[in-house]
Design a protein around this ligand. Structure first.
Ligand code: PMM
Length: 276
């Protein structure tokens, strides 16, 4: 079964839902609602990674996310903490998070991998080429899939060197991170190869600009149109071997995955996803 990770952004400026859940109780209510819609995991984040975003002070980040992590974990939800700061990661794990989701793959904070190693949490290592403010300047690739694979493999090795067993590692191709338009499609096309690296794969396409750009090429307005596109890319990622998909609209992706599973046959789908 492909897992659905629901997004709980506790930020004033995330590009699609920033500001709506800055209040902790509203964020908790949103997380519980996503859980009821079928999310297997809830990803709580307090720092926007939208293109051009400024970094947030880790103390401010912790103030935003810890009450939300604590309450959702206490309610029995499987929580991941979306952070590039080791101090926030450790505090969130103490508050009940089971997964540290670091879009920088441990590159933004040199203490991250050692800090995670000292916990029992799992870790998502994202493909990343520098902070939001400068990531597009580094979006140069000769062969996007090969380069993403090699750079992810280096992060998996760094995690192992820090003492994080490969079974605790999940990799993420970092759609939209240091990648422009077509480069994102090229990387998604390589999902099967990325899954061949070994660790489980998480794919996050939800509401990202490259989807809106694709719709715009056909004259479709952007407003409110990205969730259906996200459900489609999430199913395709699952078929290519993704272990989990990270989305805002859990119900749409859940339905899409159920339909795809019926098409393929439950046992074949289960066998494919079990092997991850
Ligand atoms: N994308 C965003 C934030 N966190 N984490 C992972 N593992 N993968 C992603 O693709 C990812 C992420 C940016 O999207 P948002 O601002 O809408 O949360």
């Amino acid at each position: 079964m492909t897992l659905v990770m629901g997004i709980v952004n506790v930020t004033p400026d995330s590009f699609s839902d920033g500001g709506r859940y800055l209040d902790a109780s509203a964020a908790v209510a949103h997380g519980l609602w996503l859980r009821d819609q079928g999310a297997h995991l809830l990803d709580v984040g307090g720092e926007s990674t939208r293109p051009g975003a400024e970094r947030v002070d880790p103390a401010v980040e912790r103030e935003r996310v810890l009450p939300v992590v604590r309450e959702l974990a206490a309610a029995g939800c499987a929580v991941s903490i979306d952070t590039m700061n080791a101090s926030t990661a450790v505090a969130a794990v103490e508050a009940g998070a089971r997964i540290v989701n670091d879009v920088s793959g441990g590159l933004a904070d040199p203490e991250m991998l050692d800090a995670v190693a000292a916990t029992s949490a799992e870790v998502v290592l994202g493909h990343w080429r520098g902070p939001s403010a400068e990531m597009y300047a580094r979006a140069e690739y000769d062969d996007p899939v090969a380069e993403v694979l090699a750079e992810l493999a280096a992060r998996v090795e760094a995690a192992a060197a820090a003492g994080i067993a490969p079974s605790r590692v999940i990799v993420d191709p970092g759609i939209g991170f240091g990648k422009r338009g077509e480069q994102n499609w090229a990387v998604l096309r390589g999902t099967e190869r990325i899954a061949g690296l070994g660790p489980r794969v998480l794919v996050g396409t939800s509401r990202k600009r490259f989807l809106a750009d694709r719709l715009a090429e056909h004259g479709e307005p952007d407003e409110g149109r990205r969730d259906l596109a996200t459900a489609v890319t999430s199913v395709l990622a699952a078929q290519a071997g993704a272990w989990a998909v990270r989305v805002h609209d859990v119900a749409a992706t859940r339905d899409a995955l159920r339909v795809a599973e019926a098409w393929e046959g439950e046992s074949r789908w289960a066998a494919r996803t079990r092997s991850r």
